[in-house]
Design a protein around this ligand. Structure first.
Ligand SMILES: [Zn+2]
Length: 323
């Protein structure tokens, strides 16, 4: 729901410079090995272009969104091959696509490298819905589990398998948004050098008119109505609510809004002053006071740090619990 400044991402990439270079070299070696076992000319030509891309550009895994967008078609499309399905002959993508994904080791990286890389950038919540974490547990064997970091590929790995480990092509997302997004065209530039966009989200949760009064009369949290307000988009691009069912997901969490309404009623100015005075004695950063008060982050730039932060901060500001 908000962009991250590219400079911050570049700084983190510098920390992991050696590991990222190892990923590129390992990719070259595994793709070259794949080439020796590939027989189809179309597959071989496609693979050769990819190997050259990795060899000739030692910053290939660090290409930014603009460069990925402009040059993603450099190597052409995944070769198509005939296949007969239920007696009908049709053209499908060559299996070389899946072999490239295996060679690039994307699945292993999401359990090993991506968790620490995105932790350093500060992303723990889904960049699309902000309602869930981007980590899910998977069972490896009868007794062993591991944490899997879910990422969505801005340029799909189905069409662009060679971009599956390009860092600016990775959008951390929860399993549900990843599944729902599929190939739906949506608009979110996650990595940006526009300072305004990295400080201000263009999405907003808003209470419907009289929602607070209605709740205070009925005492029923199910009566709390809110809306998810989105920027207007160009035709052909779907809204977040349409793709990720945002209002439906958050409707199950209205008890959070209920607590904020209650706080807005009982935290009067003299009580807030006492709290703040006591807080000052701890000599902590002032931003921590607001965070403690509402139980979540309070600025748009921090919404990737914790699930539900966008809803909580928007409603808390609307109720004037925080400024
Ligand atoms: Zn999500």
């Amino acid at each position: 729901m908000i962009a991250i400044h590219k400079t911050k991402v570049n700084d983190v990439q510098k920390i992991f410079k050696t590991e990222i270079e190892q990923q590129r070299l390992a990719a070259i070696s595994k793709l070259t090995a794949l080439d020796t076992t590939t027989t189809s000319k179309k597959d071989k030509d496609y693979l050769k272009s990819i190997i050259n891309l990795f060899i000739n550009n030692n910053d290939f895994l660090l290409w930014d969104s603009k460069k990925l967008h402009n040059e993603k078609d450099l190597v052409g499309n995944v070769p198509m091959v005939p296949k007969t399905v239920k007696g009908v002959r049709k053209m499908v993508k060559s299996k070389i696509k899946d072999k490239i994904l295996v060679a690039l080791d994307y699945k292993r990286l999401r359990n090993t490298f991506y968790p620490k890389y995105f932790k350093e950038i500060g992303i723990k919540a889904c960049v699309y819905c902000n309602s869930q974490l981007t980590i899910s547990a998977i069972k490896n064997s009868k007794k062993e589990y591991s944490a899997k970091f879910d990422v969505d590929h801005y340029h799909s790995k189905d069409d662009y398998p060679f971009l599956s480990i390009s860092l600016f092509n990775l959008y951390p997302a929860c399993a549900s948004c990843n599944r729902l997004k599929s190939t739906n065209p949506i608009e979110l530039e996650l990595y940006s050098d526009n300072a305004f966009k990295t400080k201000n989200s263009s999405y907003k949760f808003k209470l419907n008119s009289n929602a607070k009064a209605k709740y205070l009369t009925t005492k029923d949290s199910n009566e709390i109505e809110f809306s998810f307000v989105e920027p207007s988009y160009v035709p052909g691009v779907k809204k977040f609510n349409e793709v990720f069912h945002i209002e439906g997901v958050y409707q199950t969490q209205v008890d959070l809004i209920e607590e904020l309404i209650i706080k807005s009623q009982i935290y009067n100015s003299s009580y807030l002053k006492t709290l703040e005075d006591n807080f000052k004695k701890l000599n902590l950063h002032p931003a921590l006071f607001k965070r403690t008060l509402i139980g979540n982050y309070t600025e748009d730039k921090d919404i990737h740090k914790r699930p539900m932060s966008k809803l909580v901060m928007d409603i808390a500001k609307e109720l004037e619990l925080i400024k």
